[in-house]
Ligand binder design. Structure first.
Ligand SMILES: Cc1ncc(COP(=O)(O)O)c(C=O)c1O
Length: 407
């Protein structure tokens, strides 16, 4: 088993929250607020552009519907709007997805990422404890989900040589034989890497060979630089061994709406619907009506992407010459190789009041060949979500500190 925290029982599997670790690093440091006279939290993946008014108008108009219990599996209109977006986004054939049997609403994609494993993890697999694969670094809910489902997490580093995504084919065969599911995130957080069709194919083939389910975390699917990222559904429209998770948080600047959905094979979705019936939160009716409007409209998302491109342009102009720079392919994070992520984040905070997240706080030292080595140690994650003037000023500090450290 790979290492986790030194806590009792199953809690030993849960790594600390990256934000708690960052607090421990920065709390004792007095910053000089050199940007806007205030702290600039570029640690949080929260879009700062306003939500579309055609969506918030619906929430305001429908307020009386908070007086009704919502249908747990969502309204027909919501499931149809989600299926309609999937069809447009992934160019699926008419009727490829049946909204009635294959789609479930989620209070944010995080909800489904947490409890889907409950429908997928048996008591044992091939005589051993079931394993769930995940990238390292990872989104914090993945290990929590594995812990809750009673499975064993297996962390696979997302390295430069594997396009900053995990290559699960490198996992030892004995582990793959016990594998029941694999989390895979594209466009990825924190690296802003996008899986190629070949990478998706390889993963889905591995899932067929070892009989596990791919949990495709695609909540950044609509935020990209040039090409729309290939989605798991384009390659597997029938959803065999695939659950895919989507969200309005990034696409429509609605992280506080808590609206997403999952799509998967009818049999798995039937058990997840039964589970949701018993245990999960419903999505309020006004949220569903607002979500129908957001999933059905694409021009606000195009405007959103154009703004992100401007942010990426600023980053490229200011940092393009530094050795660690990569322009995000999808998602909105700069994943910058600064040599020593925690030292860099501490210096950036002290000199400018800009907060960046050290990669090491989103990853675990899990490589058996290099014990104690955290694969994300050289990196910081910087969320490019603020207005252009703030981003420009903050990244000038990033560039200056990099220059000073190289000198
Ligand atoms: C990789 C990843 N997955 C899932 C989520 C959850 O998003 P939400 O629950 O808002 O849909 C996030 C949010 O930041 C994320 O970065």
């Amino acid at each position: 088993m790979q290492p986790g925290l030194n806590l009792p029982g199953r809690m030993s599997l849960v790594p600390p929250s990256s934000f708690d670790s960052l607090g421990r690093l920065l709390n004792g440091i007095t910053p000089h607020f050199a940007v806007n006279g205030a702290a600039v939290p570029m640690t949080v993946g929260e879009p700062q552009d306003p939500p579309p008014t055609f969506v918030t108008d619906i929430l305001n108009r429908q307020a009386r519907d908070y007086g009704r219990y919502p249908p747990i599996a969502g309204t027909v209109a919501l499931r149809a709007a989600a299926a309609g977006w999937l069809k447009r986004r992934y160019e699926l054939a008419e009727g490829a997805i049946d909204p009635e049997t294959q789609i479930l609403p989620l209070a944010g994609s995080r909800e489904g990422l947490f409890y889907s494993l409950f429908a997928l993890v048996p008591e044992t697999k091939n005589g051993g404890r079931p394993v769930v694969l995940m990238p390292n670094p990872f989104y914090g809910v993945y290990p929590a989900a594995v812990l809750a489902a009673g499975a064993e997490p297996y962390y696979v580093p997302s390295l430069r040589e594997t396009n900053f995504l995990p290559d699960f084919a490198r996992v030892p065969k004995a582990v793959l034989e016990r594998t029941v599911a694999a989390f895979y995130c594209s466009p990825s957080n924190p690296e802003s890497a996008v899986a190629t069709a070949a990478q998706w194919h390889a993963l889905l083939r591995l899932a067929d060979e070892f009989d596990f389910t791919v949990l495709a975390d695609e909540c950044y699917a609509d935020i990209y630089d040039r090409e729309p990222p290939v989605g798991a559904l384009s390659l597997r429209p029938g959803c065999e061994r695939l659950l895919s998770f989507h969200s309005l948080s990034k696409r429509s600047n609605l992280p506080g709406l808590r609206s997403g959905f999952m799509v998967g094979p009818p049999a798995v979705m039937a058990s997840l619907r039964a589970f949701r019936n018993l245990a999960a939160p419903q999505m309020p009716v006004p949220t569903m009506d607002a979500s129908v409007a957001a999933w059905s409209e694409d021009s606000h998302v195009e405007e959103n992407r154009a703004l992100y491109r401007k942010r990426f342009d600023i980053a490229e102009r200011l940092l393009g010459n530094t050795k660690g720079f990569r322009r995000p392919q999808g998602g909105f994070y700069l994943w910058l190789d600064v040599g020593d992520g925690p030292a860099f984040a501490a210096e950036l905070w002290r000199r400018s009041g800009v907060r960046a997240m050290p990669g090491a706080y989103m990853a675990l030292p899990t490589d058996p060949a290099n014990p104690g080595t955290n694969p994300a140690f050289p990196y910081v994650r910087i969320a490019l979500v603020h207005d252009l003037v703030t981003i420009n000023a903050a990244l000038e500090w990033v560039a200056e500190i990099l220059r000073d450290r190289e000198a």
